[in-house]
Design a protein. Structure first.
Length: 189
């Protein structure tokens, strides 16, 4: 890649990875790792372990590698509204879930295939995407519930949770709740 300019500082290189080979390569060479949505705390632990194997090959300290993950977030004062918004988004996403993610989410391929088939036949996402799928594929609920779930992710060693798709009754309201009622709790930790 050619930038056509001389950077004033080192440009960090991040690798977006899901499979074990790319996770190890990130640990071996990259400044940071981006983990795609819908990752679970279990998948993040796995990713960090694989990244650590790559870091060991080049005598790098894995804790010096920036690790970020995209998290699907649906937040509202009304948990049912948050779940409904998450189901609408997940209906478009579940056909593309990476097999490695399924393993760590504890979701059987048949569950996903059944939901995909029902959606293809015109099924309503609110009826097809189960509450279990929302719980496993997204962080959805009240601000307090979202803080609690976010800590599950941060306890893995994740450095930066990225609110990939902020949903709710309105994005403006959801962003306000995130900024005012979730982030302050995460920063204090």
């Amino acid at each position: 890649m050619k930038l056509g300019l001389r950077p004033s500082r080192k440009i960090p290189i991040y690798v977006g990875a899901t499979g074990p080979g790319m996770l190890r390569l990130a640990g071996e060479l990259a400044d940071g790792l981006f983990i795609t949505y819908s990752c679970s705390p279990s998948f993040i632990r796995y990713a960090l372990e694989e990244m650590g194997k790559g870091a060991a090959k080049t005598n790098r300290n894995p804790s010096e590698i920036d690790v970020q993950a995209y998290l699907i977030l649906s937040i509202s004062k009304d948990p049912a509204v948050a779940a409904k918004a998450a189901k609408q988004f997940l209906a478009t996403y579940i056909p593309r879930i990476h097999p490695a993610m399924l393993t760590h989410l504890g979701i059987a391929r048949e569950t996903i295939d059944g939901a995909v088939a029902a959606l293809a036949k015109g099924g309503n996402p609110e009826n097809v995407v189960s509450d279990e799928l929302v719980e496993k594929l997204a962080i959805a609920g009240t601000p307090e519930a979202c803080v609690e779930r976010m800590f599950d992710y941060l306890d893995t060693g994740l450095k930066v949770p990225v609110a990939y798709h902020v949903l709710g009754p309105s994005r403006e309201e959801a962003l306000g709740l995130l900024a005012n009622e979730v982030v302050p709790h995460l920063v204090q930790r």
